[in-house]
Design a protein around this ligand. Sequence first.
Ligand SMILES: [Zn+2]
Length: 157
Amino acid sequence: MTNFAEPPTVTAVCTGPTHNTSNYMPATPEVPATHKMVVRSLRRRCPVCAASSISRHMAAVKQICPGCELDLERQVGSFIGGIGLNTMVSFVALFSTIIGGFVITKGEASITRILIPALIVAFGVPLFFYARSRLLWVAIELRFWPLEPNEVTHAVQ
Ligand SMILES: [Zn+2]
């Protein structure tokens, strides 16, 4: 004969945490709104804290933000993502310049109206957009991979 005992009834009542949880886990910093991060990146400022010291000039950007200590290479491939974005924008600008030159000159293969502007765009746009594209890529990454606790020291909303 099998003895089927009644399952024990649970009478414990949860009364909340029994230890101090105020410093238990660091708070996750908020990511600024997308439009703010995009505008900050295009102004060569940190997308998180808006520090302008992250980029000395248009072709230089620091890996660690001096303002909030955000690492610009926070994901594997962050550098390549920024360079890829820069390449795409540069090719679109170059292609538009060449096509626009042919349209303006009505098909004439002009050196002064097509080749020289195309060379200026080919060298100028990648330099002008380098730091912006790196920072813009970080802003894109922040949309998909939000900040981790202790990833930045502070953020300006
Ligand atoms: Zn910063």
